[in-house]
Design a protein around this ligand. Structure first.
Ligand SMILES: NC(=O)c1ccc[n+]([C@@H]2O[C@H](COP(=O)([O-])OP(=O)(O)OC[C@H]3O[C@@H](n4cnc5c(N)ncnc54)[C@H](OP(=O)(O)O)[C@@H]3O)[C@@H](O)[C@H]2O)c1
Length: 425
């Protein structure tokens, strides 16, 4: 069985290492050797890890994926635009495809599945969500007969590492991010991790699999953790909670039928909740089904080796299927009917920095009252320089009324700086 590898960075190089180290074991399990025929990179002249066979490197994507002697195309490039074209070409050329590309899948899963169906080949993507955690395979196979109700989890390791540092070491967001970068848990530009877009892409993929719908990243209501302050972390602790970036996907019964709600938001999670103890760059996903009850998947959400191990499992599945002329089960996906995010009801926490002056708290509270939102708790922490942090926790309210509250608060002259909104999970 022959494969080509598109990309030889963090994941690709680890995969090459596993393919070389475990060549005999893999050949025994598969019944024939797994041969790497070509490796495509942006710059074939760049120095690589010592185990990477330099003679296989090229920058010719089309040449590699259309080779007659290749069975499986493995895409670990990132670069969504180039990757999408490469995946489409590979499927059209009748190759089975393995990809870790959450950004491509979050927007184009339906199209790629259709191409795989037409060509009667596999499209597998275990590594695209939660890296080394075998969640996608569980949703595709073990739970395919189950009627799932909800998924809830931590699917972005960078933000979880940053929030863990802020909670346990008392760092502010910038220094927590520096620590994450120095330990390889954050990229040079972590904006997609912190503003929730990375988690939204993963939530879209998970919702598509769990609910047989074509949920795309644009369907996901997304808020990030960019404005979380140490004061918010301290406040959360004082009420027995921790701050987490949470992704959720739920079926909701409406009077006129079933709808889906898929969201990413910063939450204050009770310390007794299973997600509260998920530390550093780990990922964890709670899956709830009608017959199976609650399942918890937890483990390394990223990293070269865990992700490469997930890619390798897909390669073996695709290779075995090709040998036996089978295909992995593909479920037909309809367009989703999404619940309007504005109608979501929950308890919210609003954190804001204000001038520490007489009457400010009353003006802030009045805004909540004007929108019919009832306040359950108010906490104030001095911030120095004549400023104070306020944290206001509401009783149940709709998100549309909270949007109105946040907009009105932003117009008060005594409110300085960004406003961060939390869900009280
Ligand atoms: N890193 C993780 O822990 C992790 C976890 C889960 C999923 N993923 C996904 O896995 C994929 C790869 O991630 P990574 O961290 O391994 O990325 P990376 O370290 O940046 O490596 C990307 C590789 O792809 C090559 N490449 C990029 N654009 C290309 C293009 N246009 N044409 C040819 N080659 C191109 C690069 O070539 P050069 O080496 O010449 O620059 C490099 O070898 C991404 O989709 C990512 O989201 C990663």
């Amino acid at each position: 069985m022959r494969l080509v590898l598109l990309g030889c960075g963090v994941v690709g190089s680890s995969l090459v290492w596993l393919l070389r180290r475990d060549a005999d074991l893999l050949a025994r399990r598969l019944g024939e050797p797994l041969d790497l025929a070509a490796i495509v990179v942006r710059d074939p002249t760049r120095p690589r890890d010592p185990w990477v066979p330099m003679e296989l490197l090229s920058d010719d994507i089309v040449g590699a994926i259309t080779r007659e002697d290749v069975d499986v195309v493995v895409e670990v490039m990132g670069s969504p635009t180039v990757a999408l074209v490469a995946l489409e070409r590979a499927l059209q050329a009748g190759k089975s495809v393995v990809t870790a590309n959450k950004d491509v899948l979050a927007d184009h899963l339906g199209v790629l599945e259709h191409l795989a169906e037409v060509a009667s080949v596999d499209l597998l993507f275990e590594a695209a969500v939660a890296g080394g955690v075998p969640l996608i395979r569980a949703l595709r196979t073990s739970l395919v007969g189950e009627r799932l109700w909800s998924l809830q989890g931590i699917v972005n390791g960078t933000s979880n590492f940053v929030l863990t540092r802020m909670t346990e070491a008392g760092d502010d967001l910038e220094s927590a991010l520096e620590e994450a970068r120095s330990r390889g848990f954050a990229e040079a530009d972590p904006s997609r991790d912190l503003d929730g877009r990375d988690a939204a892409a993963k939530a879209a993929i998970l919702a598509s699999l769990a609910f047989e719908r074509s949920v795309r990243a644009t369907h996901v209501y997304t808020e990030g953790v960019t404005n979380v302050t140490p004061a918010d972390i301290r406040f959360a602790r004082s009420i027995g909670r921790v701050v987490k970036l949470v992704a959720t996907a739920r079926r909701v019964d409406e009077v006129d039928g079933e709808a889906l709600s898929v969201e990413v938001f910063p939450a204050m999670v009770p310390q007794s909740h299973p997600l509260a103890s998920v530390r550093d760059a780990a990922n964890a996903i709670l899956v709830e089904g009608h017959a199976v009850g609650e399942l918890v998947f937890i483990g390394p959400g990223a990293g070269g080796l865990p992700t490469a191990a997930a890619v390798l499992a897909d390669i073996l599945e695709a290779a075995q299927n090709r040998r036996s002329g089978r295909r992995s089960l593909v479920v037909r996906r309809d367009e989703p009917r999404m619940l309007s995010p504005a109608s979501i009801v929950g308890r919210f926490g609003i954190s804001l920095l204000v001038r520490d002056a007489a009457g400010v708290l009353a003006r802030v509270a009045e805004v909540f009252g004007d929108q019919g939102v009832s306040i359950a708790q108010v906490e104030q922490l001095g911030a120095g320089d004549g400023l104070a942090h306020l944290m206001l926790v509401t009783h149940e309210a709709t998100r549309s009324s909270m949007d109105a509250v946040v907009n009105a608060l932003a117009k008060i002259a005594d409110v300085v700086g960004a406003i961060q909104r939390y869900r009280m999970l």
